[in-house]
Write a protein that binds this ligand. Structure first.
Ligand code: GAR
Length: 439
């Protein structure tokens, strides 16, 4: 997994065990090393009124620990009033938590700093959103793909909490980079023996053992942390290369989408080229490609065109949805809609399509039947930039297959589709590398 940016994700064995204090202390330590450091709490629950203003205490502390100029809203992009699990607070406050929008805000704040320390919510698996597309704090860590630091609140029962958390972190494919022991119960029995057991079983370095402190401000805690180990880890994980987002639009079977996604996985596009498929969007809820995309771990969205009065309205809503994913490339893969000029112009230079013919021959529908009837000896597919005129944009790549004497439209379509699956992934990657070299 390629981290979204340079930094750490802080989780804890429970709520109220000093996660915010440790996040602030780590941010302070990184700032002291000369780096521009920011702490981010994507979702904060519990607001109180101070001088007529609703504020979240954790957000205030994290903002103070950052050594760059940031607003409350940048440190805590989603602040809920009720001090309870976010999915419950969101319902109480009638707030729709938008995963992609929130992630984009986190990335924007992180982009202001060299290193970011992101605090999760409560324990590792706290739900954030329920319903058809559930999202939890662990998913948030996966979305950001940051190395995870586990804060263990040292009190009776912490061994089990810590071991389960470590197991869950690793099960999500994340790296448990370190743990920190934070003494939350000053009268805990056998604290040393508990610490020894955790050290032995967690199979990750301990970055510090923080005693019970009455003053929990970052400057007091930071000296208990192993600064060389923290900084060494940052060097080992340098900031990733710029990320490029693909949004794929489908209407039906989605086999081209599948070919692109599988090639991206096999060729490790994320790790090697910083390319990720940010979303797969369908205009049909029953598109067979949707469950395939989900199985491949891709984020999916459905926007039924039937719910809109006009093509213009649908295209405007589609544009809004796509733009939430900050796309560098929008890939039409069997997306069977004619697009409005406004839509096409909005994505000029970053909208491509695959068409099952050797353009400029046979634009439009029934391409295979028409090729057979015209007596063509070869057929094929074309990847092209989308222009206002249907199937006429600049040609990026083509593939050729023979037309065999006993072909019908069906057998030819199958041969062309198999060739499309080889052509499209390569064309997508080349288009993105080209864009990168132009920037
Ligand atoms: C593909 O053959 C593609 O070329 C064609 O639809 C099929 C989609 O298959 N596209 C067009 O005809 C666009 N004018 P898929 O959903 O399995 O990728």
């Amino acid at each position: 997994m390629t981290p979204a940016f340079s930094g750490f994700f802080i989780t804890g064995t429970d709520t109220e065990i000093g996660k915010t204090a440790l996040t602030a202390a780590l941010t302070h330590l990184l700032g002291q090393s000369g780096r521009r450091a920011v702490a981010i709490k994507p979702i904060a629950a519990g607001l109180e009124q101070v001088d007529g203003r609703w504020v979240n205490d954790d957000v205030q502390r994290l903002r103070a620990a950052s050594n760059i100029e940031v607003q409350d809203q940048e440190v805590g992009p989603l602040q809920l009033r009720h001090a309870c699990a976010p999915h419950i607070a969101a319902v109480l406050e009638n707030v729709a938590i938008d995963r992609q929008a929130l992630l984009a805000e986190v990335r924007r704040t992180a982009a202001k700093a060299e290193v970011s320390v992101v605090e999760g919510v409560g324990g590792f698996c706290v739900p954030l959103v329920e319903g058809a597309s559930p999202w939890d704090s662990a998913d948030l860590a996966v979305d950001l793909a940051l190395p995870v630091v586990l804060v263990v609140g040292m009190r009776l029962g912490c061994i089990n909490h810590a071991l389960l958390s470590a197991e869950a972190i690793r099960a999500r494919g994340l790296k448990l980079v370190a743990w920190v022991a934070n003494q939350v119960d000053p009268n805990m029995g056998h604290a040393d023996a508990n610490f020894a057991t955790l050290s032995q079983r967690l199979q990750a370095p301990c970055w510090g053992r923080v005693p019970f402190l009455l003053q929990a401000d970052p400057a007091h805690i930071a000296p208990y942390l192993n600064a060389p180990a923290v900084l060494q880890e940052l060097v080992a994980h340098p900031a990733p290369s710029p990320r490029q987002n693909i949004v794929i639009l489908i209407s039906g079977s989605g086999s081209n989408m599948q070919a692109i996604a599988e090639t991206a996985q096999t060729e490790q596009w994320a790790q090697r080229h910083g390319i990720q498929i940010a979303a797969v969007i369908s205009n049909r809820a029953d598109a067979a490609g949707l469950p395939i995309a989900k199985r491949l771990g891709l984020h999916t969205e459905v926007l039924p065109h039937t719910q809109f009065a006009s093509r213009t309205d649908f295209d405007a809503a589609l544009r809004q949805l796509i733009d939430r994913f900050a796309p560098d490339l929008v890939v039409l893969a069997g997306f069977m809609r004619v697009l409005t000029p406004e839509f096409v112009q909005h994505y000029a230079g970053r909208l491509i399509n695959i068409h099952p013919s050797l353009l400029p021959a046979f634009p439009g529908l029934n391409t295979h039947q028409r090729a057979i009837e015209a007596g063509c000896k070869v057929a094929g597919a074309t990847v092209h930039e989308v222009s206002v005129e249907v199937d006429q944009g600049h040609i990026l790549a083509q593939t050729v297959v023979p037309v065999l004497p006993d072909d019908d439209a069906e057998t030819l379509a199958q041969r062309v589709l198999a060739a499309e699956h080889r052509l499209y992934p390569t064309a997508v990657r080349q288009k993105l590398s080209q864009k990168l070299s132009q920037n």
